[in-house]
Design a protein around this ligand. Structure first.
Ligand SMILES: Nc1nc2c(c(=O)[nH]1)N[C@@H](CN(C=O)c1ccc(C(=O)N[C@@H](CCC(=O)O)C(=O)O)cc1)CN2
Ligand SMILES: [Mg+2]
Length: 283
């Protein structure tokens, strides 16, 4: 039997349908949301994600602002753009597209975002609030994964979850989200220092693969019936490759396609964060 597809593309469209009337209401109340993106350099993937985010804004009626900067821009020049967005009332939330070119220091730039305009949930204050269990914008990919599982009724309460990868946008924050009382899962965070990855994955009810290593998760590692979410995107000569081998679909109970799974959910959660922040601004 093959797995149920966790269709992120269709779920994103359903979420957009829910956001549209909220955006219209905010505009009527004089609190129209506006999302800005800061994109540095020529990375084709980043350009395509940023383009998609602006198309999404147009679809739900959110105004958007693009700040595209050359690859050789200095740290101070990026800081000046962030200061401009912090002061711009038309921008209610914004993101700095990652990764940044190597000569830029991402940490201080993320920290320079006004916390109330942090649309990505990656500001240290937002991540600190997540640790403390306080209300804050949540990182988009982890939030999207949990929303996708919720909408497909994949149980998390008491579930054993293996997260593979400890990056700041997915691996680290998703452990915090999944172990909240509302989700109540038990999480094992696996990384390059994990001694026996296959053993950790094979006892998981839910596997979240975010290592950026093509086909790292193979069918023999997965417990029959498990939910498997593929976050990895690696550009190879043969095209884009995820972290999950296609044969896993024969063993898993639920699987997120890649593309069409977690990526669109990331975008849906970005707009959700923007709408929620504008609603908070109304008080
Ligand atoms: N500031 C941030 N940078 C990055 C984030 C993030 O959440 N905030 N996440 C990723 C990239 N990302 C969003 O920015 C992202 C990745 C993928 C997709 C997506 O819709 N992918 C499509 C396929 C698109 C393709 O063919 O290239 C899919 O999976 O169906 C959206 C957003 C790193 N950087
Ligand atoms: Mg750097």
């Amino acid at each position: 039997m093959s797995a149920t597809i966790l269709d992120g593309k269709a779920t994103k469209e359903a979420i957009f349908d829910e956001l549209r009337p909220r955006v219209a209401r905010l505009a009527e109340q004089g609190s129209a949301p506006g999302l800005a993106t800061v994109l540095v350099g020529d990375d084709p993937g980043s350009h395509s994600y940023v383009r998609a985010k602006h198309n999404d804004c147009a679809k739900v009626g959110i105004k958007s602002i693009r700040k595209d900067l050359p690859a050789d821009v200095s740290q101070a020049e990026v800081e000046a753009v962030l200061d401009e967005l912090n002061a711009d009332p038309a921008c209610t939330g914004y993101i700095v597209q990652l990764p940044l070119p190597k000569h830029l220091d991402a940490g201080p730039l993320l920290e320079r975002i006004a916390p109330e305009k942090d649309a990505d949930g990656l500001h240290p204050i937002s991540l600190g609030r997540l640790v403390l269990g306080e209300e804050a914008p949540l990182p988009c990919t982890p939030r999207g994964i949990i929303e996708l599982l919720r909408r497909y009724d994949v149980p998390l309460n008491g579930a054993q979850v293996a997260v593979v990868g400890r990056g700041i946008t997915v691996g680290r924050p998703i452990g915090l989200l999944l172990t909240r009382r509302s989700e109540n899962a038990t999480v094992t965070l696996c990384h390059t220092g994990t001694k026996d990855l296959a053993a950790e994955v094979s006892r998981a009810d839910v596997v979240i693969a975010a290592a950026g290593k093509p086909n790292l998760i193979t069918a023999d590692m997965v417990k029959p019936g498990a939910a498997v979410l593929d976050v990895g995107v690696t550009r190879t000569e043969a095209g884009l490759s995820g972290d999950v081998h296609p044969d896993v679909a024969e063993v898993a109970g639920f699987i997120s396609p890649n593309p069409g799974g977690v990526g669109p959910m990331t975008r849906a959660m970005l707009l959700t964060n923007v709408v929620e922040a504008a609603e908070r601004n109304l008080g």
